[in-house]
Design a protein around this ligand. Structure first.
Ligand SMILES: Nc1nc2c(ncn2[C@@H]2O[C@H](COP(=O)(O)OP(=O)(O)OP(=O)(O)O)[C@@H](O)[C@H]2O)c(=O)[nH]1
Ligand SMILES: [Mg+2]
Length: 302
């Protein structure tokens, strides 16, 4: 019989490199929201991969970048804290973008903060480019991380090589017992998942600086009997914060049209999560410049 292995793996990389999509693909369920806007992930999220002879606790982290706000600074600190607490660091680099100063900077940070932690390089989004470009990226990444680091090309969207990546990561884990009971896929509280699903819906289609300005806080969740007395109806009240009055108008849209769309998309996602009918009451509020204000950051959970 093989000895059971367990341990922690964190995914790091520039914003938008596919860390959260990959986390979901490995877990086999949506535990992290994703979007094509950079800085979608704002807290570390645990996703758990269960197999007969190992358990991987994946830690999805916010993308690393040069911080421009207090929020950015806090997110960077959070990621650096995680480096030292894991068995393996998975450095994510997309197949369809040139390696840049951002990747080199992250690599240096990893080496400085966690010199003894196993590094695995992951070339993400390989479905987006032809095979020869994947091969060229593998060479470029190998020059970045050095010859001793294993490199795995993967596509979270098509699932190509996802199993290979799981095995490579599992092979690096120490012997040990499972940390989470069978079937538990994340440690995210339900309220956090709900807030994130609302933010994901709100991110869809907004541009420029607005994605950074969005924050969601769940105010109330209550359950009561539905009209037919069989299906419970969950009421979720949530506030969607923006930083300026002008942004409020954009989020609400003409005659409330955009907010209704966001509400419908979020409600559908929350219903799927909870497995019940949901009444979602969404309000848009202004929290002036919350990204730069320590007090407001605290209130919003950062
Ligand atoms: N074609 C393709 N697109 C992908 C793949 N993985 C991620 N994407 C897309 O890339 C974008 C960013 O994905 P995320 O998973 O949110 O990226 P992230 O690294 O978590 O981003 P931050 O949380 O902002 O740091 C989304 O639009 C995804 O749909 C992939 O394997 N193939
Ligand atoms: Mg993410």
């Amino acid at each position: 019989m093989t000895e059971f292995r367990s341990g922690f793996v964190c995914f790091v990389g520039r914003p938008n490199t596919g860390k959260s999509t990959l986390t979901n693909a490995l877990v086999g369920a949506k535990v992290a929201i994703t979007s094509n806007r950079p800085q979608t992930t704002r807290h570390t999220i645990r996703g758990i991969v269960h197999r007969e002879d190992f358990q991987i606790i994946l830690i999805d982290t916010p993308g690393l970048h040069r911080p421009r706000t207090l929020l950015g600074q806090r997110l960077n600190d959070l990621v650096k804290d995680t480096y030292s607490q894991v068995d393996v660091i998975g450095l994510c680099i997309p197949a369809d973008e040139k390696i840049g100063p951002g990747d080199r900077w992250i690599c240096e940070q990893i080496r400085a903060v966690a010199p003894n932690t196993t590094l695995v390089a992951i070339v993400t989004k390989i479905d987006k480019v032809p095979k020869d470009r994947v091969a060229a990226q593998l060479v470029a990444v190998s020059e970045l991380v050095g010859p001793d680091v294993e490199i795995v090309p993967v596509s979270a969207t098509t699932g190509e090589n996802v199993d290979v990546l799981i095995d490579v990561l599992a092979a690096q884990l120490p012997p040990g017992p499972a940390f989470y009971p069978d079937g538990e896929l994340t440690d995210e509280p339900e309220e956090t998942l709900m807030a994130e699903l609302i933010r994901e819906a709100a991110l869809e289609g907004v541009r420029d600086e607005l994605p950074h300005s969005l924050a969601v806080v769940i105010e109330e969740v209550s359950t009561r009997e539905g009209r037919d007395d069989l299906t419970p109806l969950v009421t979720v009240r949530a506030n969607l914060f923006v930083e300026r009055d002008s942004q409020k108008g954009i989020v609400i849209g003409k005659g409330g049209a955009r907010l209704r769309e966001v509400g419908t998309a979020a409600r559908t996602a929350i219903e799927k999560l909870l497995g019940t009918k949901v009444f979602l009451d969404l309000r848009v509020k202004v929290a002036k410049n919350w990204q730069r204000d320590p007090k407001q950051l605290g209130r919003l959970g950062f």
